[in-house]
Design a binder for this molecule. Structure first.
Ligand SMILES: [Zn+2]
Length: 225
């Protein structure tokens, strides 16, 4: 039986999608539940990772000269995790998805101006595992909404970070080295942890730093009161 969200969860999410600063008390009134219920539901939705974060949306059209572009490129990478890390480092790339059908990636770029865009494209063509770029520069944003809409009785799906199988029911959630991961079971979790230990083993002596980073990340995911 897969994990499903109910209509209370769906309503809370919808209200916060409209206004991320809405007071918990107002949410409780609108949904018709108690304040502790709203808190508990949100804590759970965050823990499940369905709510990824609370953020602020900046209007790029208010920034002088700013260029928004969509870039379709062919990918030739062996290590997807490494590719993801490389993408993380380029802050002008605001979103990236592999797209079906071919080995392609779609990037969403938000950058100072055309000159910077050209420089970025040059950078991405060197050692990034990308080639065959098609660049579409946005001339006007017509609609912009964020994240998925969620209806009541929507089943959730989690994939095991280690074996990539679909997890039915509640996933096992583990925090390692400041990251949050979902697993199908203890075996996959410990196998994955072993892999991370090998990778970050050299940094083991900085355990305290890593722990601090982990604590910071935990706090960061707390919802504003
Ligand atoms: Zn697994």
């Amino acid at each position: 039986m897969s994990y499903r969200i109910d209509s209370v969860d769906a309503q809370i999410i919808e209200l916060l999608q409209q206004d991320g600063r809405m007071m918990y008390k107002d949410i409780a009134d609108r949904v018709g539940v108690s304040l502790p219920t709203v808190r508990a539901r949100l804590r759970n939705l965050i823990k499940l990772g369905l709510i990824k974060k609370f953020t602020v949306v900046v209007d790029s059209e208010k920034i002088m000269g700013r260029v928004k572009a969509f870039v379709l490129a062919d990918v030739d990478v062996e290590n997807t995790d490494q590719f993801k890390e490389n993408l993380e480092k380029v802050e002008e790339i605001r979103a990236a998805s592999f797209v079906a059908g071919s080995k392609s990636v779609m990037l969403e770029v938000d950058i100072e101006d055309m000159e910077h865009l050209n420089t970025l494209m040059f950078k991405l063509s060197k050692g990034f595992g990308l080639s065959g770029f098609s660049v579409y520069v946005s001339t006007k944003v017509l609609k912009e909404e964020y994240g998925s809409r969620v209806k009541p009785d929507t089943p959730l799906q989690f994939r095991c970070r280690f074996c990539d199988c679909v997890i039915y029911g509640k996933p096992l959630i583990r925090h390692y080295y400041g990251g949050k991961y979902y697993f199908s079971g203890e075996e996959c979790a410990s196998a994955f942890k072993e892999r991370l230990d090998q990778r970050y083993g050299a940094k083991e002596s900085h355990g305290r730093v890593l722990k601090a980073a982990e604590a910071k990340k935990e706090n960061a995911s707390d919802v504003p009161k």
